[in-house]
Design a protein around this ligand. Sequence first.
Ligand code: 13P
Length: 236
Amino acid sequence: MAIIASNFKTNHTRKTTSYFVEEVNKYLVSNNVSSDVYIFPTSTSLDKFETIPTLNIGVQNAYATQKGSFTGEIGTEQLDEFDVNTILIGHSERRHILGESQEEIAKKFAFYSELGYKIIYCVGEPLEVKEEGLEKTLEYIYSQFEGIDINYENLILAYEPIWAIGTGVTATLEDITDVHSALKSKIEKPLLYGGSVKVDNVRDICSLHGVDGALIGTASWIIEDFIQILENTKDL
Ligand code: 13P
């Protein structure tokens, strides 16, 4: 079954998130769709959503703590309030815009894996590395596994080339196949592709050998489009 994940990033409000989750849940139930679906809203939009077990609500980020003095961050005390046990770790926007180091990311991974969280762990190379070829690209990606327990049972991986994120430039099917088959030969975990996945290309991408689903930003924020994405991949 395809795994389809929507990363809201800094989009949607409490009200629109709750409508979105409700609509997705309704669609999955009434169409008997059994894909594994993840939605990552902003942390201000978390709530006790009523969803079927295959629709999971996770967080885009949290600090490696239960509680404490970490201004602007949230910990498990806040996540527990909403029964959240799924987290995105290593997203390129956190690595490159928010400056999270591999060491901090590994620490976060260790903390949340110790607690049994489902972790969607993101890796991906910048354009200048991609331009150096596949070998350098893989080298870069493997360095993003430093300190990460790749055998962790609740792990899903996401390959998101940075140059394809939010740019409208999707990696070619060949690019995706190259990286995914290399990663799959080393790490036996579900592997999602992310980076300008859209209604029109999601099926082709998710049908590729070595692709277990998609992690989607921009194209997933409009409810009708996200439902169409689910519809286009429901039998994969
Ligand atoms: P876009 O789908 O907007 O390219 O974003 C991908 C992404 O970063 C999902 O985490």
